[in-house]
Design a protein around this ligand. Structure first.
Ligand SMILES: O=C1O[C@H](COP(=O)(O)O)[C@@H](O)[C@H](O)[C@H]1O
Length: 273
């Protein structure tokens, strides 16, 4: 089961980042009031990082019990552990170092300091995920896990590249075609650095809610194609779907090529909550 996309359009990149942050805070508070704990999958990239910074800047962020949030990543650049281009390093600077998180619940992908190549780091992450999924089932037998190899992802955040890549799944490449695995090593990404690690599309699509945040006119074509129903191998963003919600949060520049029938979906999305 997967949810049809809804679209929410915002006037500027700054207001978009603030809207993603506000929604994330609200969603995590709701999930924690149901289950005590929550799990979010972070993204790298411009809006992903700006949204994390906006979370810290929002006075409402103190409503979340950050020590009871698990953090995973949708993808990572396979670099040295402290390389500033790593998504995890950027998330730490923007957010994780600034709130009272539990270090045990921060699940970074392995780095070049620990693993010989991206495939070994991908395998390790798949094992970390499977161990966490098992522990989650042991702690709560009612937990809903669409794939027993993965913990329940309450919210999974994605950026989208101008080529419509999501996480490190690039158009027409092996990663986006990978089936039956939860993670994949990418050796030849067209965007630097070439070595990366990613959740597979199947793993992404186990999330309860998938939110794609996109800003800028250079991405309008990718947004338009994805929401017009293009195939996921050519347009990876088209294939990202949450189980109960698929939400595109975009700014006006990224909305320039939106199919006409979707233009008013902000109101619809707002009304169905
Ligand atoms: O390389 C990456 O790029 C995408 C999109 O980034 P953006 O800066 O164009 O917003 C990002 O979602 C992904 O996590 C990252 O590794």
């Amino acid at each position: 089961m997967s949810a049809e996309p809804k679209v929410s359009i915002h006037p500027s990149p700054t207001s978009l980042a603030a809207a993603v942050a506000a929604r994330l805070i609200t969603r995590l508070v709701d999930v924690q009031s149901d289950r005590g704990t929550a799990t979010v999958v972070l993204t790298g990239g411009s809006i992903g990082t700006a949204a994390l910074q906006a979370v810290v800047e929002s006075p409402a962020h103190t409503a979340v019990d950050w020590a009871n949030v698990h953090f995973w990543w949708g993808d990572e650049r396979f670099l040295r552990a402290e390389d500033p281009d790593r998504n995890a390093v950027q998330a730490r600077t923007a957010f994780l170092d600034r709130v009272a998180v539990d270090p045990v619940k921060i699940h970074e992908f392995g780095s070049k300091d620990e693993f010989p190549d991206e495939d070994a780091a991908a395998l390790d992450y798949a094992e970390q995920l499977a161990v966490a999924a098992k522990a989650e089932r042991a702690a709560d037998e009612d937990t809903v896990q669409p794939d027993p190899r993965l913990p329940r992802f309450d919210v999974l955040l994605l950026g989208v590249g101008p080529d419509a890549h999501v996480a490190s799944l690039f158009p027409e490449m092996a990663g986006i075609r990978t089936k039956g695995e939860t993670t994949v090593g990418v050796a030849d990404a067209p965007k630097p650095p070439p070595q990366r690690i990613s959740l597979t599309l199947e793993a992404i699509n186990t999330a309860q809610e998938v939110w794609l945040s996109v800003s800028g006119s250079d991405k309008a074509g990718a947004v338009g194609l994805a929401l017009a129903g293009a195939g996921h191998v050519q347009v990876p963003a088209a294939g990202a779907r949450g189980v109960r919600k698929t939400l595109w949060l975009i700014d006006q520049d990224a909305a320039q090529k939106l199919p006409g029938r979707l233009i008013d979906h902000e109101d619809e999305e707002e009304s169905v909550g």
